[in-house]
Design a binder for this molecule. Sequence first.
Ligand SMILES: [Zn+2]
Ligand SMILES: [Zn+2]
Length: 342
Amino acid sequence: MEFFNEVIGLFSDFANPKKRVFLGYLGISLLIAFAWLIFYHKTNIRGAIARIFDRKIWFSGSAQTDYKIFLINRVFTGFISPLLLTQVAIATAIYMALVRSDLTLWGVYSDVSIGVVVGMFSVAMFVADDFTKYLMHRWMHKWPILWPIHKVHHAAETMTPMTVYRVHPLEGVLYATRSVMAQGPVIAVFYYFFGDSVNLYTIVGVNVIVFVFHVTGSNLRHSHVDIKYPAWIEHVFISPAQHQIHHSIAEEHYDKNFGAALAIWDWMFGSLHVSEGEADLEFGLTENEAHPSSDLYTAYIGPLKEMARVTASFWHRITLVVRRPRGTATARPQRAEGSSSS
Ligand SMILES: [Zn+2]
Ligand SMILES: [Zn+2]
């Protein structure tokens, strides 16, 4: 019975409305995909069904690796999550610091109506979360020490909604830490200014905006259904097709569309690429990248080895600079006196 419960626990995300792969959201995504293929691509019903349930996508080697990584990470998360900081811990620490500070603003806005506070809180949480997701994702691509772990996600050559789980456990830890660091301060500040007119534990539930994101087809970001928005909307919200562009191996798509839900960060920081005119994308990594796709050992251990290599070469360069004799433009290796070996 215990074992049975454990197995059910592995799949609990499908029954959790806070998770993207909640069965209700998957069902809605299926309908959206169907409608898109019929009305936008003018596919007939049989063709649309064949496209959505394409065995070559759902049972490809890449997809099978996604499923295995999903299961392994679920077990791993069970061990690691009790060790991670919680939003409540961060929020409590910041809240206590604010209360002890000289600011005597505790609860100054406590008479603001609950509806307004909940609305502002939801927007603040969403924006803080989405912006830090953008930053972290950008760093994952730009920093050589982080790219090896994020590469596991990008090694997917076919995409299904399960590809969202195809991440190295270290990436999961980094994102979870980011989440509490972003949301904890928002909780603390709201609780401080609006007092206990709002019970925060009831708000830190399903965020309405995130709910809207999921019912409008967030699952289709990792799919082969290229749902596009008009270009002006794609400057504000990331469409599924834009995230597919992020996964494309075409050179003009490198380092584009890091955004999670909002596209405005990409727009502001010059990494936006709208989906207009894009078709038949190829997903995965370019040939000159070490490929953590096919076997699990390479997916889990490969990034650690690569990170160790990047760190070693970084330290090597630092030591070269530090040891460089003063006043010389170029460092020339100096042999120690009496030394005969190199
Ligand atoms: Zn990425
Ligand atoms: Zn992705």
